[in-house]
Write a protein that binds this ligand. Structure first.
Ligand code: FAD
Length: 157
C-alpha cells in the first residue's frame, strides 16, 4: 500500500479546505469498507484520506412533505434500514438497505460510500490495465461479467 496522510476534520469548512487544496489527491472516507480494500489493492493511491465521520450534520435523516426525504452522506446503511423517519413511499429504500452485504458491513458502511463505491468488476479490481484505470480496453465488454450487476432481480417480460 502506498503511504497517505490521514485526516479527521471536525468541521465542514475544514473538510472542504482539504478537498479544495488537494482535488483528486484527497479521497473522502465513510466507513472505509470499500476504500481500504481499494488502497490495499493499489487501485487508488491518494495523498490524503479524509475521514468524514467527525464532521457534524452529515448523519441525519429528515422528511417533510414540502422538502421530501433528505439523508446525510454519513448515515449508515443500518440506520436507513431501521429508521422511523423514512415514510412508506420510500419503503423500497429500507428494503434494499436491509439486504445489502452483511450486518457488520451495514453497521459501518455509509450511504455516500455505498453510492460512490468503485465498480465491482473483475478487471477493475484485478491486475488489469483496464479502461477505468487509465488503460485502453474495457475488458468487461465481451469478457467475464458475472456478478457485475444486481443479482436475483426479477426479469420482466
Ligand atoms: C463482502 C461485501 C459485500 C457487499 N455486498 C454489497 C451488496 O450486496 N450491495 C451493495 O450495494 N453493496 C455491497 N457491498 C458494498 C458496500 O455496501 C460498500 O462497501 C459500502 O456501502 C461502502 O460504504 P463505506 O461508507 O464503507 O464507503 P468507503 O469505503 O468509506 O468509501 C467508498 C467509496 O466512496 C467514496 N466516498 C465515501 N464517502 C464519500 C462522500 N461523502 N462523498 C464522496 N465520495 C465518498 C470513497 O472515496 C470511496 O471511493 C459489499 C461490500 C463487501 C465488502
Amino acid at each position: 500500500m502506498r503511504n497517505f496522510k490521514y485526516y479527521q476534520p471536525k468541521t465542514l469548512d475544514e473538510a472542504s479546505t482539504l478537498f479544495a487544496e488537494s482535488g483528486a489527491n484527497a479521497l473522502p472516507m465513510g466507513g472505509g469498507t470499500d476504500l481500504l480494500g481499494i488502497l490495499k489493492e493499489d487501485i487508488a493511491g491518494p495523498e490524503k484520506v479524509v475521514n468524514l465521520k467527525s464532521v457534524p450534520g452529515m448523519r441525519e435523516i429528515q422528511y417533510s412533505k414540502d422538502d421530501g426525504l433528505t439523508i446525510g452522506g454519513q448515515v449508515t446503511i443500518t440506520e436507513i434500514a431501521e429508521s422511523d423517519s423514512i415514510p412508506e413511499q420510500y419503503k423500497i429504500l429500507t428494503e434494499a438497505a436491509n439486504v445489502i452485504a452483511s450486518p457488520q458491513l451495514r453497521n459501518v458502511g455509509t450511504l455516500a460510500g455505498n453510492v460512490c463505491q468503485r465498480p465491482r468488476c473483475w478487471y477493475y479490481r484485478g491486475d488489469f490495465d483496464c479502461l477505468r484505470k487509465g488503460g485502453d480496453v474495457g475488458f468487461a465488454v465481451g469478457g467475464e461479467d458475472k456478478y457485475h450487476c444486481v443479482i436475483g432481480g426479477e426479469t420482466r417480460g
